[in-house]
Design a protein around this ligand. Sequence first.
Ligand code: GRG
Length: 298
Amino acid sequence: MAADPFIGWMTDIQQRVERTLEAALPPAEAEPCALHQAMRYATLGGGKRVRPLLVCAAGEIVGAAPDNLLRIGAAIEMIHAYSLVHDDMPCMDDDVLRRGKATCHVAYGEANALLTGDALQTLAFEVLATPLPGVAPAEQLAMLATLSRAAGHAGMAGGQAIDLASVGQPLTLPELEFMHLLKTGALIRAAVLLGARAGTPLPAERLARLDHFAKRIGLAFQVVDDVLDCEADTQTLGKTAGKDADNDKPTYVSLMGLSEAKRFARELRDDAFAALADFGPAAERLGALADYIVARSF
Ligand code: GRG
């Protein structure tokens, strides 16, 4: 057990998420083997698992069942893994390194990578649609609708479309924020909201405060991602560093400068903290995660 209780909690959840994903993914030796191996390759054994951690921390506030939270977290992580596989493909970001190893299309070929993303996305919804003990079917249906919207045209996929169209374009800060609210923020927001809906129902006003927390921390996550892309090295990141500048992409660093972007990330974190003020000790882990997201080095 790690000396820092938060790190100990995080490591424990990361290991349990890994086991949940492992059990939910198709076996590598089952046909079609190449697809199943690629799905496992893209999902297992890497990543910080930030979204499942957010699901679990938000679920603590409402006393949700840990096994349900792990299943919700695994479903969101599968959507995230699919997005990374497709994002790395030659038709999008064209990258060869992800989570410290060859990207899925480099290891398994482009057609398999495309199918891997497709199959991970549909498996995510299958996992989330399987009854969650103690959660009302109407609530689970609402979770499915929230995740669908967060992953689709009004969320991650829409944000990716704006991102691809913005290469070489001089975006304003509000335009950049809108793009990231969809591309990265929507899934982070869904993670907090689904966790918060998995236990004792919260009054709408408290749910809205958690949503505000999630929006701020989703944006902070992206600002830090831009800073790390500029400051950290490829080995530490496990993905190619410096790609944003190479690709002439508008980022918080290109628009604000490095030190202002760092200050903005801290401001977003503090605003996120403020949204948790009334939740007391039940929200301590969510607050610690906000800190981790801003202080992370990869
Ligand atoms: C292909 C529909 C579609 C969407 C892709 C999320 C995304 C949209 C692209 C990823 C590109 C990117 C680097 C975005 C910046 C923020 C981000 C999502 C970083 C990767 O997430 P982490 O840091 O990764 O949580 P790990 O590997 O730790 O899970």
